[in-house]
Design a protein around this ligand. Structure first.
Ligand SMILES: [Zn+2]
Length: 98
């Protein structure tokens, strides 16, 4: 099984259909299991569609660099779910009336 980074790195080649059969299957296998990379795939497909619509054949280097930066950040960040529960509140505190 390939990692998320591997999958993302091969994503563009995969979309270009320049990867071999084995790599293609590896990417597809990963995408079918990994929700996270599925989102990246949709994003990449959409971006490619925009580029195709504007008549560009290649992704501009700076766009690609920024994209890779974003993807790297996304993939390197650990899942960070904020706690739903409020911090412990002392419910047993007796009323303090004097
Ligand atoms: Zn993944």
């Amino acid at each position: 099984m390939i990692t998320c980074s591997d999958a993302v790195m091969r994503l563009w080649e995969y979309l270009d259909a320049t990867v071999g059969q084995t790599e293609r299957e590896e990417v597809e296998a990963h995408l079918s299991l990994c929700q996270r990379c599925c989102g990246e795939l949709e994003f990449a497909v959409e971006l490619r569609r925009l580029l195709a619509a504007s008549g560009r054949k290649d992704i501009p280097a700076d766009v690609l660099r920024r994209l890779n930066q974003t993807l790297n950040q996304t993939l390197n960040e650990p899942p960070n779910e904020p706690p739903n529960e409020p911090p412990n509140q002392s419910l047993n505190e007796p009323p303090n009336e004097t």
